[in-house]
Design a protein around this ligand. Structure first.
Ligand code: 5GP
Length: 203
């Protein structure tokens, strides 16, 4: 992991609004990139290959694992999801803050590999609001919604393992919260030692 860039995990249950918040965040931040994951799940109608995910079959995914090309991967709802290593390394070496939008198992793996990673958990303001958001999508039946709520509760139990919790009360406040985390990380002394010594030594 290149020390210039910042590796960030963003997790949160289905319906917590990760995509909406990240789309808003990257609009005016050229220093922030969102990693494009690889998955074996079916592409949804509104998704574009190479933008939302790289959609591949299991054989291709397993070859990438065997070739050590994945930073992490997990099985979630019977499909593989994983982060291709090379683009992340490249963005980090270019000084970018790279956000991995991953679920809790992947987050645990990344934390073990990269103790310096910053992890953020996006929480809905309440279970009731999460339920309303899932229902308002109008895409799932009652059973699926209830199943997602059960998974969401399990995922939220992992929130205390994260460094930061951002509440998605409004999109603006959630975006602001993540921007503040990135900005304060960039100001940390350990990231600015070279600059400090240059000033002292009149470089
Ligand atoms: P969905 O199918 O709704 O797009 O994603 C399901 C879950 O997989 C979400 O929690 C999402 O954050 C997570 N996910 C997406 N990409 C990755 C990845 O590369 N690695 C891991 N571990 N989880 C991912």
């Amino acid at each position: 992991m290149d020390k210039n860039g910042i590796l960030i995990i963003l997790s949160g249950p289905s319906g917590s609004g990760k995509d909406t918040v990240l789309n808003e965040l990257i609009k005016d931040r050229d220093d922030v990139r969102v990693s494009v994951s690889m998955t074996t799940r079916q592409k949804r109608d509104d998704e574009i290959d190479g933008i939302h995910y790289y959609f591949v079959d299991r054989e291709y995914f397993e070859k990438k694992i065997a070739d050590n090309k994945m930073l992490e991967f997990a099985e979630y709802a019977k499909n593989y999801y994983g982060t291709p290593k090379e683009p992340v390394d490249e963005m980090l070496s270019n000084g970018k803050a790279v956000i991995l939008k991953i679920e809790v198992q992947g987050a645990e793996k990344i934390r073990m590999l990269y103790p310096d990673v910053i992890s953020i958990f996006l929480m809905p303001p309440s279970m009731r609001v999460l339920e309303e958001r899932l229902r308002s999508r109008n895409t799932e039946d009652e059973e699926t919604i209830n199943h997602r709520l059960v998974i969401a509760r399990e995922e939220m139990k992992k929130a205390p393992d994260y460094d930061f919790v951002v509440v998605n009360d409004t999109i603006e406040s959630a975006v602001e919260g993540i921007k503040t985390i990135i900005s304060s990380e960039r100001l940390k002394v350990k990231r600015n030692k070279k600059f400090i010594s240059e000033v002292i030594n009149n470089v």
